[in-house]
Design a protein around this ligand. Structure first.
Ligand SMILES: [Zn+2]
Length: 124
C-alpha cells in the first residue's frame, strides 16, 4: 500500500510542519510591525483563522489514514508492507499484527505506536 505509506508519512510530519510555519509567520509579523503594521495585523488574523483549518485538515488526514488501513486489513493485508496477515496479536485478539514489519493495527485502522505490547506495562 504505497498510498498508505505516503499518507502516514504526511501525518507524521504534519504537526511539526505546521509549527514551523507558524514560527516563520511570527518572525515575519514581528519584522513587519515597524515597517508595515497592516501586514502584522493581517498575519495575526490569518493565523487565527488558519488554526481552525489546520485542525480540520489534521483530523481529515487521520481519518484518511485509518480508512485506507481498514481497506487493506479487510483484504487480509498489512497496510504498511502488504504482507499477508495470518494470525492475531498474541496479547489481544482484537489487534492485527504483521509478522513481516511488526506493525500492529486496531480494528478501527489506527496503528499502535508500539511495535509490540508484550512485555510492557500491563493493561489497566
Ligand atoms: Zn507489515
Amino acid at each position: 500500500m504505497r498510498f498508505y505509506r505516503i499518507v502516514r508519512a504526511v501525518n507524521r510530519v504534519y504537526s511539526l510542519a505546521v509549527l514551523w510555519l507558524y514560527i516563520a509567520a511570527f518572525v515575519v509579523a514581528v519584522a513587519l510591525m515597524f515597517m508595515y503594521p497592516i501586514g502584522t495585523i493581517a498575519l495575526v488574523w490569518a493565523g487565527l483563522v488558519g488554526i481552525v483549518l489546520v485542525l480540520v485538515a489534521g483530523k481529515l488526514l487521520a481519518l484518511l489514514q485509518r480508512a485506507v488501513a481498514r481497506r487493506a486489513l479487510a483484504r487480509g493485508r498489512c497496510p504498511n508492507c502488504t504482507a499477508a496477515l495470518d494470525g492475531e496479536a498474541p496479547t489481544d485478539p482484537e489487534l492485527r499484527r504483521c509478522d513481516a514489519c511488526g506493525s500492529v493495527f486496531l480494528p478501527t485502522g489506527a496503528e499502535e505506536s508500539e511495535p509490540s505490547r508484550a512485555g510492557t506495562a500491563p493493561a489497566p
